[in-house]
Design a protein. Sequence first.
Length: 150
Amino acid sequence: MTAETDLIKLYSERILALAADIPLTDRLPEPQATARRRSPLCGSTVTVDLVVRDGRIAEFGQDVKACALGQAAASVVGAHILGRSRAEVERARDELKAMLKSDCPAPAAPFDGLEVLMPARDYKNRHASIMLSLEATLEAMEKAESTACA
């Protein structure tokens, strides 16, 4: 397979459809916490606003400035993030990272839609962009938890 064919396979119709329809892209007017993550390699950024109630994400908004792969990941995250606990988001992050770096299976439900990004395993320079939404979410959750206890 040529490099061009590999790239076409990477940017499948499914990935492009997810990238074109990212849910929860409005920033929150009064977030409990905000986190911004940036991939130094490509410059992709994701900013997450959230509100946590009873240990679960009650409100969520994200601003995604990323490649199609980062956008697709943010789309899957946005579709399933409401109501999730920190442990669930950590598990999704860890499973996504293992899928990309260690040839492990796709994350478990509800984030199993991230399996669409399996072809990106061979493109290590794209991994950081794919991880941004979950990493920003976890950082914002940590900030929300620290302010709730203060």
